[in-house]
Design a protein around this ligand. Structure first.
Ligand code: NAP
Length: 232
């Protein structure tokens, strides 16, 4: 149309995962003319640096996200959030529909059980808690918001790994805190499991590579993994 410049391609990635960070890097390199924006919820105090622009904090539900899409002139929305981040994914579907912005869903597929895996598959975190045998030593590989649920298991020693130190002491009777990100390789995770004499891992079926090393380490050590599936 004469006089009107074509709108700049503007891609909003709903992020907070390693895959989203990789995608931002890839898009910044492959689309130098486009605006690439990653949105973070703001849960991690010092997120790893990201390629392109970053915005942080909730949008304010479907309405807020829709408004952001319109005001920012987003031409493509990509959902690369964690598969258990269900609210933002549901909001993305609705907001994209209402704002008329195409949505590309790239949340990870569940892990496939491999020969040698000893998984006890459950549907909810409550079932995971109740499945832990008495006096077990458990690597609790869950977000900080889920830890409290395990407080009633006074007979179990928990090892909790967190990226940021907790603001308040953890509400678990018997536990050790390991600060840092999950190990990148099964060898690193094997060392953690052995150092803490872990007998069981409790985690959710997040899929992807970032958290998979502990699953491989458990397989090598023959340790059972209490795996909360996607329905939970
Ligand atoms: P959630 O329950 O689906 O979302 C709760 C609210 O947080 C959303 O309604 C939204 O607030 C805000 N929010 C979530 N993700 C956002 C994003 N990428 N950008 C802006 N606002 C966002 O999400 P969650 O499970 O708390 O996860 C939060 C973030 O952590 C996500 O980015 C996710 O990828 C990442 N993460 C989650 C997990 C997990 O286990 N759930 C694990 C690793 C990383 P408004 O309604 O105000 O917009």
């Amino acid at each position: 149309m004469p006089g009107s410049a074509a709108a700049q391609e503007t891609i909003l990635i709903l992020g907070g995962t390693r895959e989203a960070a990789d995608l931002a890097k890839e898009l910044v390199a492959s689309k130098p003319e486009a605006r690439i924006i990653t949105s973070l919820a703001g849960r991690t105090k010092e997120p790893a640096p990201l390629a392109g622009e970053v915005r942080t904090g909730g949008f304010g539900g479907i309405e807020g996200l829709m408004q952001y899409l319109r005001e920012t002139g987003v031409t493509q929305l990509i959902d690369a959030t964690h598969p258990f981040a269900r609210q933002i994914s549901a909001n993305a579907v609705e907001a994209a529909k209402q704002a008329g912005v195409p949505l590309d869903i790239r949340t990870r597929k569940p892990w496939a059980k491999q020969p040698g895996d000893s998984w006890i598959e459950v549907e909810t975190l409550e079932q995971a808690r109740d499945t832990i045998p008495p006096r077990a030593r458990v690597l609790l590989a869950l977000g900080s918001q889920h830890i409290r649920l395990f407080a009633s298991r006074e007979d179990v020693h928990f090892v909790v790994r967190m990226i940021d130190p907790p603001e308040e002491p953890l509400d678990l009777p018997d536990h050790a805190l390991v600060l840092g990100r999950p190990g990148d390789t099964p060898a690193v995770e094997t060392m953690v499991l052995i150092a803490h004499s872990i007998t069981h891992i409790v985690c959710r079926d997040s899929g992807g590579n970032a958290a998979y090393a502990k699953i491989e380490a458990a397989r090598e050590l023959g340790l059972p993994v209490i795996m909360v599936g996607r329905k939970g």
